[in-house]
Design a protein around this ligand. Structure first.
Ligand SMILES: C[S@@+](CC[C@H](N)C(=O)[O-])C[C@H]1O[C@@H](n2cnc3c(N)ncnc32)[C@H](O)[C@@H]1O
Length: 204
């Protein structure tokens, strides 16, 4: 069979989704910290829950985002799968109290504003930083943070400027931190930060 050219990656989200597929298994505990319209939540649900195992938390501070996510999930998933997904309206600077340190496989942030919603309501640097700091402590060994950044708008630029130094401080002998950026697109294009927590032993 001959190889047909296809777009390997056209957006930062293609890269993010590829990493999620490689990382996640059914049964994992996952958080979507900015569920928005639910597209990422649905992709994550397909990778981590079935009728009997896996837990997915989807958080957003806007009620219309939670409603859109619920509608999207209900139209694509079985009741058994839905039962494993917790939709939470609130700020991601606070995660559910039931989550214990080092128990979560993947925490996803897709920063910025709700597509199709009010563009003045965006993630904000102070709460994003507080959330990411808490998120680091929740990651299990080898677990990941996946953060898509939108430095093309003012608050997104500040978030990027402050998140990168925070993550740069993580011990390079233990944590893997990588920033995927487009180098031939306009300045301010979205980018992807990936952070992998220390492994039980060094695997290279
Ligand atoms: C770019 S959208 C997310 C898109 C979503 N992942 C999807 O697949 O449709 C960013 C979302 O972050 C939410 N948000 C902003 N600040 C937040 C906060 N402090 N806590 C939780 N969600 C927040 C916004 O309401 C918005 O829906």
């Amino acid at each position: 069979m001959s190889w047909q050219p296809f777009p390997l990656f056209q957006s930062h989200l293609d890269l993010a989704h590829d990493y999620w597929k490689r990382l996640l298994r059914i049964g994992d505990t996952v958080i979507d910290a900015t569920c928005g319209n639910g597209h990422d939540t649905l992709a994550l649900a397909n990778l981590c829950v079935n009728d009997s195992c896996g837990t997915l938390y989807a958080i957003d501070k806007q009620s219309n985002a939670i409603a859109s996510t619920r509608q999207l999930l209900q139209s694509h998933l079985t009741p058994g799968h839905l039962h494993r997904i917790h939709l939470i309206q609130g700020c991601h600077s606070r995660f559910p109290d039931t989550l214990t340190p080092q128990s979560v496989k993947l925490i996803v942030y897709n920063l910025g504003y709700l597509p199709g919603g009010n563009k003045t309501i965006t993630t904000e640097t102070a709460t994003t930083l507080a959330s990411v700091q808490h998120a680091l402590s929740l990651l299990m060994p080898g677990g990941c943070l996946s953060i898509t950044l939108y430095p093309g708008h003012a608050e997104g630029e500040v978030e990027q400027q402050q998140l990168i130094p925070l993550l740069r401080q993580l011990d390079a002998t233990k944590w893997n931190c990588c920033h995927h950026q487009w180098i031939n697109r306009r300045a301010g294009s979205p980018s992807l930060l990936l952070v992998q927590a220390p492994m039980p032993m060094t695997v290279r």
